[in-house]
Design a binder for this molecule. Structure first.
Ligand code: ADP
Ligand code: ADP
Length: 227
């Protein structure tokens, strides 16, 4: 699903990604760990074309995303991304947040988009909030809406960039539960997180980054079992 080879990314003279190579197979759950500033976010953003890379190659679901001939919107449509901040549209209701892109990008009818939106809100356990504005929701609820909004585009791959880092501790579990549900359904997921319990429970593979490079890669057992 993802094939990254020798990816290099500079911000000015600062090398944020230093020859990063890794693969993610269909259905695989990969958790990326590493200290702040180690390049985790830049790597995810590069996969979703929010950053352009300076060298190397990233192929997502068979599409070479750095080939100038590639239609970026096609890649973005296949890759869902959830950020630390929920980025919901504040002046749209929860349900409208879910239907907008379906109608505009996916060209679904309003009725179809509403049905799909409501189904996804039920899935993340928040259907009763369909008609309220995001500002009325807790952080955990907003993040669940953000996940549902991504899913409304039928992504083949979901990227999560510290999805629980901005949440109060008591709300972290409800978001992780939604993510665990997605994992059980077989979604291909790459997750940057500091939640070690999630990594241990869900990850097929853990990647550890430091100073823009992958310094270790292995199973959760490899990382979390003391010798
Ligand atoms: P992480 O997600 O592991 O905390 P990031 O990928 O966000 O790390 O950042 C890696 C490094 O690149 C950090 O030193 C950060 O300050 C720097 N960086 C990230 N984005 C930019 C940018 N747009 N301009 C300049 N430096 C950046
Ligand atoms: P995250 O916690 O999601 O990694 P950051 O707080 O590191 O996000 O970065 C937020 C935004 O600021 C990103 O768009 C990132 O590219 C940019 N950024 C991060 N570090 C720098 C920097 N040193 N100079 C300029 N922009 C930066």
């Amino acid at each position: 699903m993802i094939e990254a080879r020798d990816v290099v990314k500079y911000f000015g003279r600062f090398k944020a990604l230093d020859r990063v190579s890794f693969d993610v197979r269909e259905g695989e759950k990969v958790v990326i760990l590493g200290p702040s500033g180690s390049g985790k976010s830049t790597l995810l953003r590069s996969i979703n074309q929010l950053e352009t890379i300076d060298a190397g190659r990233i192929v997502v679901n068979g599409i070479d995303i750095n080939d100038p001939a590639t239609d970026i919107t096609r890649v973005r449509e296949e890759v869902g991304m959830v950020f630390q901040s929920f980025n919901l549209f504040p002046h749209k209701t929860v349900l409208e947040n879910l239907t907008l892109a379906q109608v505009v990008v996916r060209k679904r009818s309003r009725q179809e988009a509403r049905e799909k939106g409501l189904e996804l809100l039920r899935k993340v356990g928040i259907a009763e909030k369909a008609d309220v504005f995001p500002g009325r929701l807790s952080g955990g609820q907003q993040q669940r809406v953000a996940i549902a909004r991504s899913l409304a585009m039928d992504p083949k791959l979901m990227l999560f960039d510290e999805p629980t880092s901005a949440l109060d501790p008591e709300m972290i579990g409800e978001v992780l539960d939604v993510m665990k549900g997605l994992a059980r359904e077989g979604m291909t997921m790459v997750v940057v997180t500091h939640e070690m319990g999630f990594a241990r429970e869900v990850a097929d593979r853990v990647i550890f980054m430091d100073h823009g490079a992958i310094v270790e890669e292995g199973t959760p057992e490899h990382f979390f079992t003391s010798p």
